[in-house]
Design a protein. Structure first.
Length: 261
């Protein structure tokens, strides 16, 4: 009896040993397979992104080169300008019965001109001379009563913002001299000559290294100190000198094109 129990115990022990040995062998085999797979996989080198340098050889151009830049030297330029001019003009005539007649200011009319000057090094400023010519008609009771022709000689200086960009806002000031001649078949003629002061502002667009277009506005004020009577002319329809006029200011809205050397 004891021998049978001992045999059964030994058989159970042997069976358990076999099962444990098989389990251990399978676990060891799986571990070896996993280790073999991991050792067979060698990761590639890390991906590194390198910038592409734009050079003439690869046919690429830097983005900053797409915007024409000013260099560190002075450049001369010439330009043509034109637009609309609005004159603030007063004319008062007193007839022989001491009745005051005051025609309206001339209507807004076109003007044309030319500029010549230079850009400073780096393109942040410019200084230039402007010649402008304009004219206007004054009316009274829907009839033309006087013609006014104006010539402006201006010396301007502008400060240019965002000089390294294609679009450049600017502001500036100017001084100069104005010659205005008003003629009337009824009142005679008068020439007004005096200094002027003013300001201007606008936006320029640099199309290329040499060509620039711009739009802007300019306010020019007369620095006249006093008025004098017109020089009348004799004739049946001419009223003798009791006429005074004053061109107080000129506002212009313009477009221009400049060529930079």
């Amino acid at each position: 009896m004891k021998q049978d129990e001992t045999d059964r115990f030994m058989n159970k022990t042997l069976l358990a040993s076999v099962l444990l040995s098989a389990l251990f062998s399978s676990t060891t085999f799986a571990a070896e397979e996993l280790s073999t797979e991991n050792s067979a996989y060698i990761p590639s080198e890390p991906l590194v992104l390198e910038p592409v340098v734009a050079t003439p050889e690869n046919g690429l151009s830097p983005i900053e080169d797409e915007v024409p830049k000013f260099d560190d030297t002075m450049h001369y330029f010439v330009g043509l300008t034109g637009g609309m001019a609005d004159m603030s003009f007063s004319l008062v005539h007193t007839d022989k019965d001491k009745n005051a007649i005051s025609p309206s200011s001339p209507d807004a009319s076109g003007f044309a001109g030319a500029d010549i000057g230079f850009y400073t090094a780096g393109g942040n400023g410019r200084v230039y001379y402007s010649y402008q010519k304009m004219s206007g008609e004054s009316e009274f009771e829907n009839k033309k009563i006087a013609d006014t022709d104006v010539t402006l000689h201006l010396l301007s200086a502008d400060y240019i913002f965002l000089a390294d960009k294609a679009i450049n806002p600017f502001v500036g000031a100017h001084v100069g001299y104005m010659i205005a001649e008003t003629t009337s078949e009824q009142y005679g003629s008068y020439k007004q000559s005096n200094p002027v002061l003013g300001i201007q502002a606008g936006v320029a667009w640099r199309i290329s290294d040499h060509l620039t277009t711009e739009i802007g506005a300019r306010q020019t004020s007369s620095q006249r100190k006093k008025q004098t009577d017109w020089a009348g002319s004799k004739g049946e329809d001419i009223v003798y000198p009791n006429t005074q006029s004053d061109l107080k200011s000129i506002t212009t809205f313009y477009m221009s094109a400049n060529y930079r050397f």
